[in-house]
Ligand binder design. Structure first.
Ligand SMILES: *Cc1c(COP(=O)(O)O)cnc(C)c1O
Length: 373
């Protein structure tokens, strides 16, 4: 037996079969492309932040483990985000890690995690890794709103330990109806995690109520606001929940450079607010221009991206034409039945959005040419 076969034999014998059949989370190469696929903030740090940041980082003790409690960062974070005094806070290496801690903490035999679908795929994926049953409840097909009756029925039937509600939702971009969310909070037997990853781009939030409701946890991240490279997620909730979830946190999960950098960045709230406002203004322009294209349906968005539908059967070709034309966006076609023919574009800088619209328009025109023949 050669060396490769010998390795393969061991892998196949010892790695969980369900892991072996999973596809790895694919991050496509973006070198040389206009990157509008991952909900990143397109703007750089302004020069007035760079100097104080470099000064702070220069003093970092990289020979030491980071403060496991992020004590210098936490008060700055609480103020910047407006976390109520009644709530405790837990930090994660991105909110992805918080999702993992949350599910790990409830992963007893028979436990259920529930979320509407389509939604952020990590809820389902991480539940699967941890051997926890995931129940997906379809969103309304026409507008991706919550199906309140179906959600309440599923909650009554499955008694989920955790319900995840992304508000606004990814990849659909819409905000769920507030009364529907409140009805779910009232009905849930365990915790409801309102995932506010897109908080910088919407006025809606449940953060104010955290700490005064027994089931409510709110999750935030600095990623979409403009610090995706830092990997800092924030979970706010009643102290008793946070204390338990904290026990499955790896001790030094927030590294020194992240703690220092976030502390500096959050002292300049106007910078991030202005960038978010610019992105929201661009979102409106981009949505109007997309909606004017032949055969394109744009869905309402309270996030920094737009979901749109193209003529049936052409999403893959359009996605590839965009890539060939130098623009990387995300195709959702084939990922979930409700998202057939759907593509998702992150709002970029005005010139990036113009390039995207340009290539997309040409690709749609050539489609029509073919269809007309
Ligand atoms: C992007 C995203 C996250 C992940 O954020 P990180 O903090 O970068 O891990 C979480 N939830 C939703 C709904 C997202 O879209």
């Amino acid at each position: 037996m050669n060396q490769d076969d010998a390795v393969l034999n061991r892998v196949q014998r010892w790695v969980r079969e369900d892991i072996q059949t999973l596809a790895a989370y694919a991050v496509p190469p973006a070198a040389g492309l206009i990157k509008l696929d991952a909900m990143e903030n397109p703007y750089d740090w302004p020069p007035e932040l760079v100097q104080p940041w470099l000064a702070a980082v220069a003093g970092a003790a990289l020979n030491r483990y980071p403060d496991p409690g992020s004590r210098a960062l936490l008060p700055v974070l609480r103020t910047a985000l407006g976390i109520p005094d009644a709530a405790e806070v837990l930090l994660g290496n991105g909110s992805d890690e918080l999702i993992q801690m949350l599910i790990l903490a409830v992963a007893r035999p028979g436990a259920v995690v529930l979320a509407p679908e389509p939604t952020f795929v990590m809820y389902r994926l991480i539940a699967h890794w941890l051997g926890v049953r995931f129940v997906g409840v379809p969103l309304r097909a026409d507008d991706f709103g919550l199906d309140r009756a179906a959600m309440l029925a599923a909650i009554a039937q499955h008694q989920p330990a955790l319900v995840f509600l992304a508000c606004p939702n990814n990849p659909t971009g819409n905000l769920f109806d507030r009364d529907d969310v409140l009805a779910i909070l009232d009905a849930a037997p365990g915790a409801v995690v309102v995932d506010e990853a897109y908080a910088p781009f919407t006025a809606a939030s449940f953060l104010e109520q955290v700490g005064s409701r027994p089931e409510l946890l709110v999750m935030r991240t600095l990623s979409k606001a403009g610090l995706a490279g830092l990997r800092l997620g924030i979970l706010a909730g009643p102290a008793a929940w946070i204390a338990q979830i904290d026990k499955v946190r790896l001790p030094y999960n927030i590294n020194v450079l992240t703690q220092i950098t976030a502390e500096v960045a959050l002292r300049y709230p106007a910078v991030w607010q202005d960038q978010a406002a610019a992105i929201c203004a661009e979102r409106a322009t981009l949505a109007a221009r997309l909606a004017a294209l032949p055969g394109v349906t744009v869905y309402p968005s309270e996030a920094n991206f737009l979901l749109f539908r193209v003529p049936a059967g052409h999403a893959a070709a359009i996605h590839e034409a965009l890539r060939q034309g130098g623009v990387l966006i995300k195709s959702l076609d084939g990922g979930h039945p409700a998202l057939n023919d759907c593509l998702r574009v992150t709002v970029g800088k005005p010139a990036e959005n113009a390039s995207f619209l340009d290539v997309l328009t040409r690709s749609l025109v050539s489609l029509r040419g073919i269809a007309g023949k």
